[in-house]
Structures are given as C-alpha cells and as structure tokens.
Design a binder for this molecule. Structure first.
Ligand SMILES: Nc1ncnc2c1ncn2[C@@H]1O[C@H](COP(=O)(O)OP(=O)(O)OP(=O)(O)O)[C@@H](O)[C@H]1O
Ligand SMILES: [Mg+2]
Length: 231
C-alpha cells in the first residue's frame, strides 16, 4: 500500500471574491514506504500547496489525499493532529516552533522526549548538525540563527525524529548550490537507507539523481522531469 496517495487532486484558491484560480489540477501521485520524491517547479507552480495538501493542512477542492490508505478528509481533526505529530515531519520556514534552547537540544528534542540519555541525544544531534553545516552553532541559543539556518535546524530535528513521511520545503535554500546539493544528497540517501519516505522541494537540478523520483509541477500538473536520468 502506498504511504501517501493523491487521487485526482485539484486545488483552487479564491482571493477577494475574484473567480477561483486553479493552482493544482488532476494530481495523481503515489509514494511508497521508503521512497523519496524531489519536487521541482517554478515559483508559484504550487509546490508548497502540494506539501500542505500532503500534510492535511489544506483540503483539496476535489479529489482525495490518502495517508496509509485513509483519506485525510475523513480523519477527525484531533486524530489528524496526532498523525501529523507522530508520523509526519514538516519543515516549513514559517511554522517552526523552536524554543530558545541551545541549537543541539532543539535538534535532539525527539530523542530526549523518547527517553534517550542526554549524552546519547547530544552525540546524535551534533553528528546531524555537522552533516547539515550547523555544528558551529550547536551550543548557541536558537534565536541567533537566520531563517535558512532555522529551516536546517528544523530539518535536523525532523530527521532525528524519524518520521514515516518527511515533507520539506526547500530546506537548503539559504546555501550556495554546491553545499546545498551535498546536504540534500546526504538527506535523500539517509532517508532511503533508513526506510523513510519524503517529498522535498528543491531547486537544484544536481540533486535530483539522489531521489527515487523527480517530479515537476507545471501548469497545475505533475510530470516526470525530462532532465532527470531514467532509472
Ligand atoms: N492561501 C492562499 N490563498 C490564495 N492563493 C494562494 C494561497 N496559497 C497559495 N496561493 C497561490 O497558489 C499559487 C501557488 O502557490 P505555492 O505557494 O504553492 O507556490 P510554490 O510553487 O511553492 O512557489 P515558491 O517556489 O515561490 O515557493 C500561487 O499563485 C499563490 O499565489
Ligand atoms: Mg513554496
């Protein structure tokens, strides 16, 4: 069974009584457990909208989104919040709830909450921070981080929380292309090796080979990226 499935999903947006605009149209997508998707498309193509639909934070205008075979629209709100907390990791710049704790501790929260020792949690956290280029900030308060650094911290925390499904919106957008591509490649490989599924929005063509599937949003529709090698 697919972990995540979009069935003929359409999403319209209405702004100030103007006629509704269709942003996504007839989206069909299947994400199997342990598989990853790199999602590309121009600004405004609907990438963030698609991630919100996948997380159940937005409802389709028509069509269905299924998680583990269950339509998200049929899961009661409180249960959906639990599913999101336990099984879906979200990395969006605007909704990161980071406390003023040191950076390493913020990243390690899932491990600490699981009951792992502080020493073990810190070691795992520092290793992940190193891999994501944030090691220099490990002992600093989270408040000193830039927006892009916060997003990467959110990513570190998400990965350490081992969600079944990771949804990340351009997690490395603050970095130069070489570093970003390196980090994203590591991320895709780590996720796949550990049996996690993910949809990651990326602008980097060079990263696309590390994902199982590369999809491009264009004119509201999803297409395989013609630039990606077939595999
Ligand atoms: N809540 C909303 N109300 C009205 N229109 C919206 C809303 N959210 C998104 N849109 C519109 O939907 C379209 C797609 O937006 P979306 O944020 O999904 O694009 P994107 O591909 O993530 O772009 P970017 O690369 O710039 O982040 C845009 O035209 C945007 O204005
Ligand atoms: Mg976006």
């Amino acid at each position: 069974m697919a972990l995540l499935e979009f069935q003929q999903v359409r999403r319209d947006f209405e702004v100030d009584g103007a006629p509704a605009r269709t942003v996504l149209d007839g989206i069909d997508l299947r994400l199997e457990p342990g598989r990853t998707i790199a999602l590309t498309g121009r600004s405004g193509a609907g990438k963030t909208t698609l991630l919100y639909l996948a997380a159940g934070l937005l409802r389709p205008t028509s069509g269905r989104v299924l998680f583990d075979g269950r339509p998200l629209g049929e899961i009661p709100a409180d249960e959906l919040a639990l599913v999101r907390r336990r099984r879906i990791g979200l990395v969006f710049q605007n909704n990161l709830s980071l406390s003023a704790l040191p950076v390493w501790e913020n990243a390690a929260l899932p491990l600490l909450l699981e009951g792992q020792t502080a020493a073990k949690s810190k070691a795992a956290s520092i290793e992940m921070l190193e891999r994501l280029g944030l090691a220099d900030y490990a002992d600093r308060p989270t408040t000193v981080l830039s927006g892009g650094q916060r997003r990467r911290l959110g990513l570190a925390r998400c990965i350490l929380g081992r969600p079944d499904l990771l949804l990340a919106d351009e997690p490395t957008a603050d970095l130069d292309e070489v570093t970003a591509a390196d980090i994203e490649r590591f991320m895709f490989e780590w996720l796949t090796a550990n049996g996690h599924s993910a949809i990651i929005v990326t602008h980097f063509e060079s990263i696309e080979r590390a994902a199982d599937q590369v999809l491009r949003l264009e004119n509201g529709m999803l297409a395989p990226n013609s630039k990606s090698p077939s595999r």
